[in-house]
Design a protein around this ligand. Structure first.
Ligand SMILES: [Zn+2]
Length: 275
């Protein structure tokens, strides 16, 4: 699933193009993709976007009259593409917005399951829709982060992915961040030393910034991720084969030497059954 670095890279790429011309035609949209019906999508026609914004893993396109916001959540397989005038695109995208110069913004989704969502909202409704989200993960600062870690005792991998606490990190970047911080994915948030808190806060910024910089250059998953989805490959720091453990419907990747003092983590669900 695209996370903060991926979505922010798309935002930066779309910001200029989407505000260049007014919208001529909005739609059609797939019935499962468009989550709102009032106002209708056609309310966008004749209006112009002010640009592209982002909150957590969502993209926002506010109109320059301040009246409407298009909110897009791409989930796992959704992709937004800007097609220059005359450029060939998909025949039946999940959403199509056509600009007056002939360019188009299209949302496509691989596979038959439609999970990506588009909402057309007033700015107030958009704010309410996003109100459950915690502060943005990038630039959070170690003091504020320490408060989040102390608020309740949580396993680090699970805490980093909780959008109500910190917004923008999913399972891939949680793996990368914890590896960079040399911390166990199962370590408890309230049991970290001040030095470990500092290290983890720094790793969040470093890793998300590295990801953003690489995604802006068009880097693919295989170049960007150093431990995520790399079972059995040598750790880029120490050479130990990367290990994997299942936890809370997620697969976690980690280095046993760098992160868990050589211990191999047990699948939590399975060990509970065998106890
Ligand atoms: Zn290692």
């Amino acid at each position: 699933m695209p996370e903060l670095p991926e979505v922010e890279a798309w935002r930066r790429a779309l910001d200029g193009p989407v505000r260049a011309f007014p919208i001529e035609r909005a739609g059609p949209a797939h019935v499962a993709t468009l989550k709102t019906f009032d106002p209708p999508l056609s309310a966008l026609e004749g209006r112009q976007f002010a640009g592209a914004d982002r909150r957590a893993k969502r993209l926002l396109f506010p109109t320059d009259d301040g009246e409407l916001v298009v909110l897009v959540h791409l989930m796992t397989a959704g992709r937004l593409r800007y097609l220059r005038p005359g450029e060939k695109g998909p025949k039946t995208p999940a959403l199509r917005l056509r600009f007056t110069d002939g360019a188009e913004l299209v949302l496509t989704e691989a596979g038959s399951k439609k999970r990506a969502g588009v909402w057309l909202l007033t700015p107030e409704a958009a704010e309410a829709e996003l109100s459950h989200l915690g502060p943005e993960a990038i630039g959070l600062g170690s003091e504020r982060f320490a408060g989040i870690l102390q608020a309740e005792s949580r396993r680090l991998h699970s805490l980093l992915r909780d959008q109500r606490l910190i917004a923008g990190i999913g399972r891939a970047w949680a793996n990368e961040i914890l590896h960079q911080a040399k911390l166990s994915p199962f370590a408890l948030s309230t049991e970290l030393s001040p030095e470990q808190v500092e290290r983890l806060a720094r790793a969040i910024d470093e890793e998300l910034s590295r990801g953003l910089e690489m995604r802006e250059r068009g880097a693919k998953d295989a170049q960007v991720y150093r431990v995520h989805d790399r079972l059995g490959e040598p750790c880029p720091v120490c050479g130990t084969p990367i290990a994997r453990v299942d936890y809370e419907e997620h697969t976690i990747y980690y280095c046993p030497t760098c992160q868990t003092g050589g211990r191999v983590l047990k699948d939590r669900r399975l060990s509970r059954l065998l106890r």
